[in-house]
Design a protein around this ligand. Structure first.
Ligand code: COA
Length: 140
């Protein structure tokens, strides 16, 4: 497997992967958000590339910011996905380690997953916190 830091031209390859997480519903809103992420150097992006096809086999989108609850600067996992046929080969672990190294250089003391599924993160040494999320639409 090869690894690359994707940018705006890689949008379509990334939408293909995200279809897995969002059950095929990649609408205009998600595309717009992802396009902005890909163009913004404040965010960390890394993709695993299948050398046989050039397709993306995995993708991690991360950031680094001050975190009130943990009283420090933290790396944040915004998105993490690996294609089913490439799972259990250590790809997500490699992507996570790259985010950890980038976050550490920015002064982070830990990595936070605001919304993660069970299994992988426990295996990677994360501690689980139950949180209740709230959202309010800002009307026009
Ligand atoms: C979760 C996910 C990213 C893991 O990717 P992966 O490349 O298969 O993970 P790795 O091969 O790097 O696994 C690393 C370790 O985690 C463990 N692991 C991976 N997925 C696991 C799961 N679902 N349950 C329990 N352990 C898991 C592996 O066994 C491995 O353990 P080891 O180091 O002791 O051998 C992938 O299954 C996926 O994309 N799932 C759907 C989307 C998702 O859940 N994203 C993350 C939360 S939003």
């Amino acid at each position: 497997m090869e690894y690359t830091n994707p940018g705006p031209p890689d949008g379509e390859k990334i939408y293909k992967l995200l279809e897995l997480l969002y059950e095929g519903h990649i609408d205009g809103g998600l595309r717009q958000v992802m396009t902005e992420y890909l163009a913004d150097d404040n965010y960390f992006k890394i993709a695993a590339v299948d050398p046989a096809t050039g397709a993306f086999a995995g993708f991690l989108l991360g950031s680094c910011r001050l975190e009130v609850d943990f009283e420090c600067r933290a790396g944040i996992i915004e998105e993490l996905v690996v294609l089913p046929e490439h799972r259990k080969k250590g790809i997500a672990k490699t992507l996570l380690e790259a985010l950890e190294a980038w976050s550490r250089k920015k002064g982070a003391k830990g990595v936070l997953v605001p919304c993660g599924r069970e299994g992988f993160y426990e295996a990677m040494g994360f501690e689980k916190y139950m949180v209740r999320r709230y959202w309010k639409d800002l009307k026009d």
